[in-house]
Design a protein around this ligand. Structure first.
Ligand SMILES: [Zn+2]
Length: 221
């Protein structure tokens, strides 16, 4: 079942190590099927190089395994919490990518100083309060901090990105890490001027209308 979604979710999980966003088996991507509401997610503790579409696990929104021989990711509960509370989400990615997570380690947001990332997410990247590891507290902290947006740092933990598909959530995670690295480097040399929300809104609207072959509509804040 859901063969196309399994292919997509598997491929997007492979993008995490390819782009230097994860080490070992840490990090995960999921996708939600719009028709059935079922979620496809990476199995727990399996090295990325070993992931194939048939190893993906299908779960319902309560966490029951509907198909798959392996246990789903340890973070499945967080993904499902977010899907249950955000009807707009079709994909979620989670990483501990180093530059973005260095902001999370300090409990700091990533300021909106670069247009490419703000094109995609329409705002700065907020940092949540500290959350006890586990699905409910972390899920609540992400929801609160996201305010309907597409990317959140979880204090002392890492990055969660959300999109209308697994592919979009993963793309946001990749560009967010690039922006975090560049912002960090710029801040080393002194204060950096933040973009105004008015300018961010203008760029975000332009990007949504013009990006890609048919335009795109990333999750907006
Ligand atoms: Zn994590």
């Amino acid at each position: 079942m859901l063969e196309a979604l399994k292919e997509e979710v598997c491929e997007q999980n492979h993008e995490l190590p390819r782009n230097g966003l994860v080490v070992g088996s840490g990090g995960n991507v999921s996708g939600r099927d719009g028709a059935t509401g079922l979620v496809v997610i990476k199995p727990s503790g399996v090295k990325f190089a070993k992931l194939t579409p048939d190893k993906m696990v299908v779960v319902d929104l309560d966490g029951n395994v509907v198909e798959g021989a392996m246990k789903p990711s340890v973070d499945t509960g967080i993904h499902l919490f977010l899907y249950r509370h955000r009807d707009d989400l079709g994909g979620i990615a989670h990483t501990h990518s180093p530059y973005a997570t260095s902001f999370a380690a300090r409990g700091e947001r990533i300021p909106a100083v670069l247009t490419p990332i703000t094109h995609m997410i329409g705002r700065d990247v907020p940092c949540s309060r500290y959350a006890t590891p586990g699905e409910v507290d972390t899920g609540k902290a992400i929801l609160e901090a996201a305010e309907g947006g597409a990317a959140v740092l979880v204090k002392a933990h890492g990055v969660f990105t959300m999109g209308k598909s697994a592919t979009e959530a993963t793309a946001i995670a990749m560009y967010l890490e690039e922006a975090a690295m560049t912002t960090h480097l710029a801040l080393l040399r002194g204060p950096v001027e933040e973009l105004s929300q008015e300018e961010i809104d203008r760029c975000h609207g332009w990007f949504r209308r013009n990006y890609g072959q048919h335009g795109t509509k990333p999750v907006s804040s």
